[in-house]
Each structure stands twice: as structure tokens, then as C-alpha cells.
Design a protein around this ligand. Sequence first.
Ligand code: IFM
Length: 462
Amino acid sequence: MPPTSGLPADFLFGAATAAYQIEGAVAVDGRGASIWDVFSHTPGKTLNGDTGDRATDHYHRWAEDFDLVAGLGLDAYRFSIAWPRIQPDGRGAARPEGLAFYERLVDGLLDRGVQPVATLYHWDLPQALQEEGGWLSRETASRFADYAVRVADVLGDRIRLWTTLNEPWCSAFLGHGSGEMAPGLRDGESALRAAHHLNLAHGLGVQALRASRPDAEVSVTLNLHTVRDAPGSKVDGARRVDAVGNRVFTGPMLRGEYPADLLRDTAAITDWSFVHDGDLAVIAQPLDSLGVNYYHSELVAPAPAGESADPDAMAAFPGCADLRFLPYEPPLTDMGWNIDPDALEELLVDLHTEFPGIPLMVTENGAAFPDVVTEGRVLDDDRIAYLSSHIAATVRAVNRGADVRGYFAWSLLDNFEWALGYSKRFGLVRVDYDTFERTVKDSGIWYRDLIRTVKAGADDEG
Ligand code: IFM
């Protein structure tokens, strides 16, 4: 078990999921199509042509899943609301069946003594809005605020902690730059434009949530890149990746400005004229916390001679075509990512130093591994080691003064890992995709015991 002394008594231990990755039931109760339905059904876009059509069937099995949540002793559960269940076309009246499903989820959590933490947007834009331009259109930001208010009006009496967007970097840059994710566009200008409209959606969304529920606690979750220059590298690659990977969001959201170096680095790609007067003031809403998703770190160096013109290699990082990420040093997870808990510690301490007034929350952290399934048991010591070392890193950051209020393991369940389909398993609970049977993995049991130990220590002190 990692040392946990120093954590605040009300520190939240939780687990996270996202609607499209677990719910299934995509054509049930009037749900509209999302960009991920269309993308995953497009040949060649996901591994083995996997889709979220059935996913883990959480839509029908949520009660069983929440019994597992309660059994693990989680303080909180982070989930996302599928916009197309609420507004199938992305606009107009909220669909009662959609709201009722999320009321069942929220009430089911509260009945089990678990705090619900709701994310409004985890990548499943209604396809109807995509057909009107999606995140390339400013109007989508206003649609998002309208959706936010309709959800908060109904669920806001029971949900205290809201997250506007999950990982807008992926929506903007993997969705519009490299095309690895829905809607699958490959254009640097579009990625930057989409990033701005996501920023605007966030700001309008915070305003909408607070207009509906003045007592709402509002956050956003960012996947911040922890990137260092490779030893001996003479180009300022880490600064440039940080600009287009991180500060493109933290700048406007937390400082009310796009960083001057980002504007300079991308001047050949866009003139940023999609930023209108007054947008930055809307985006820079005060936040109650900042969610941080962390999985791995990067080293960046100049591209080898002759390769710097390849437009595909760094398509998700507009303005960085002359850079390359170094191959990861083992040990690696099943995603091929490195394991670097120290980078999480540094990230949390750095964020606290840079934005001292904002409490932090690790809203996702975890690892995919090829689990060993034996009779009635799932052996995943590598996941236990990963979680343990990253919780230890979080505790070290807290003891260095970072104001971290919670840690959410990704994920409660094995699920649909986007373009990689069902090939990667991140869950504390294994899902058999043929029978939908759930089995708590050794890591789930380990996490339960850790939470129990932490709570028992807090009780002894209290
Ligand atoms: O599965 C994803 C999740 O949807 C967003 N954060 C990263 C996870 C693992 O890749």
C-alpha cells in the first residue's frame, strides 16, 4: 500500500467512466446519434470495427455496477452525461427519458452513499450538430450552454460537482488535427478553431450551470501533457508542445488570454480571427477545481534530418512538425505508454505553484494491461503497482503543498477504448463482452482495501 499520510480527511477516492464507453443502448429511449456512433461505424476508424453499440450495457446494468461501486467503498463516482440522450439533435427541449436515466444514476449513487461527479461532455457530440459544423462552429458553444442548463435544472439539486468538458485537447486536436478520433478531420487550423470553440463552450457552460444552480461547484478536466526536452535537445520543443498541448486551454480558462508564444508559433496556420471580442472574458470563469487526467510523460526532440516535412507525424500538435516524441522507455503499459509517477507529482506541484487558488483533483489515472483471468479471479499485479505508485505520487504532491482533493481511477469497468475498441482493458472490474459478466479484479480488491485503510486511519485520528 502506498503511504497516504498527509491527505486531507475529506479526500475523495473514486473511479471514473464515460457514457459512450460503457452505456451501450445507443438506440434506446430516443437517444440521438453522436459523432462517435458515426465515426465508429465508419470502416477503418476503430480497431476491428468495434463500436459502442453495446459497450458494457451499463444502461441496463447500472444498479449492478453501483453495487460494485458501493462494495469497493468509493467516496465518489465520476460519469458523463450523453448529450444525445438529452437533446437527440443537440437543441430544443430535453428528452424526459434521457433525463430520467441520469436521475436513476444519480439517485442510485446517492442511495448507496456515493457522491456523483458529472461531466457534461466526454466527446459524444450530437451528430446533428456535427452536420452544422460541430466544434468548428461558434454556435456549438451556445448549444452546449443550453444543454448544460437543461441538465442542471433537473439534476442540480443532487449533483454538487460538475465538470464542463473532459479532455478538450482530444476533442480538438485528435478529432480535428490528427483525425484519430471523431469527427476525424485532419487540419491544423481546424484543430485550433475547435479548441477555441471548446474553450468558449466551457465558459458559457460554467455561466449556465451557475445560473441554474448558484451553489454548483464547477470544474473542467484537462489531460495536460507532461513533456520535457530530450537531453541535449537544443530546440525549445517542450515549451512549444506545452503551448499547443496545455496552455491553449489553461491560458484562456485560468488567465483569460491565449499565450503570446502559442499565437506566434501557430501564426502560419491561423490568424486566430475566430477569437471574438469578449470571448476571453467569457472563457475565464472562476473555477472551484481543476481536474487533471494523467497517464504518461513525454520526451521531445527535433525530428531526424529528412523527416521534418512529414505532415502526419505531429498532426495533433499544429506548429510542431519539426519535432518528434522519443520512443518510450520500458516498462510500458498495454497502451504502449511509459510509467512515470514522478511526472504526476511534478505536474500537481507545478499546477499548484502556477495557479495557487484552484484546488486540484486527479480525475483520471490508470493503466491498461492484459489481465490474467483464472477461475473466478483476475490477476493484475501490474495495475496494482501502477495505481499504487501514482497514488503515492499524489500523496507526495500533497505533502509538498499541492491542494489535491481527490483521486479517480480510470476506470471502474473495462470499456470501449475509442479507436482501439475493446482491445485495451483499464477496469478495476473486468467485463466479459460476451456475457457482460462483471468480475472485480485484484486491483479492485486492492483499491477497496486501500480506501478502507485510509478511512480507518482518519477515524482513529478523528
Ligand atoms: O479512455 C480514455 C478516456 O475516455 C479519456 N482519458 C484517457 C482514457 C484512456 O485512454
